[in-house]
Design a protein around this ligand. Sequence first.
Ligand SMILES: *Cc1c(COP(=O)(O)O)cnc(C)c1O
Length: 315
Amino acid sequence: MPRASERWGRGKRIWIKRDDLTGSVLSGNKVRKLEFIAAYALDNDYATLVTCGGVQSNHCRATALVAARLGLGCHLVLRSDDDSTALTGNFLLDQLAGASFEILPAKGWGRNLQNRYESLVAEFESSGKKPLMIPTGGSDSLGIWGYIAAAEELQSDLIANHIDRVAVTLATGSAGTQTGLTAGVALFGLPFEVIGYAVCDDQHWFNARVQADWRESVARWAQLPDLPLAPVTRDHSVGPGYGKATPDVYELIAELTRLEGVVLDPVYTAKGFKGVIEDIEDGFYDAVDDIVFIHTGGVFGIFAHSDAFGAAVAG
Ligand SMILES: *Cc1c(COP(=O)(O)O)cnc(C)c1O
């Protein structure tokens, strides 16, 4: 991104890996995970994909569309974060795709979700629609393969573009993308570090989560050697919390769109990109010449935030 590099790069080149272009409505990082999750569902005679997330979850929307594409059923357990259930953005696409859904309050979500998942298995099985229960973000030992494969693809991108001393950066939310890439770097012995920018929780939570998901994957798949992983998470650009952004995030979205025609979202990618810019300023990337930011998608999330863009697009 030449103009973004000039604006924020301080002599470094900032690149973008367009995982927001893995499809049009079926787009973003969740598609890479669902490629493996959906194949598993088809191979093992599952009839329904069940998953969960916020009302505006990109993962839920991608799952609903994958299910429709493959002729599978889809059921979503959605969390109403700010009681906002307006029929817009991802939530509208879920319903266009014919997914059934239920909405649980944010309060008590973790425990209620677990209970609900247990009863849903029984309900779908008794009606003969065998459900594959997919966790938040598709971040599990099936979804991990999507970003292990993406790490290999990224390495060929770097070689093709003669990019050597590089850091690979991304927004991290349920840690599956970060786990897959970090594992891919270890498995293929790739010469770069993967830096996740938290959009919720903190770096300790993410580093532990990456390790836990990796151990689960190593235990499940004989193909995966038990290599040590060294996840790196930055947590200074979380802001007020998951799904909540400050005015500078909306302004950053507007500025990058004007400069490069690339649209970030306020929940994940703009927070991640903001963290990268701040780290460039602070010298965190002094050892590299190039930075690759993985655009993980999420464009439909902007529509549920349209009121917050007022000042960023004015004049
Ligand atoms: C889900 C998501 C992320 C985070 O990916 P995880 O694998 O859940 O950490 C980043 N960006 C966007 C747009 C997403 O939808």
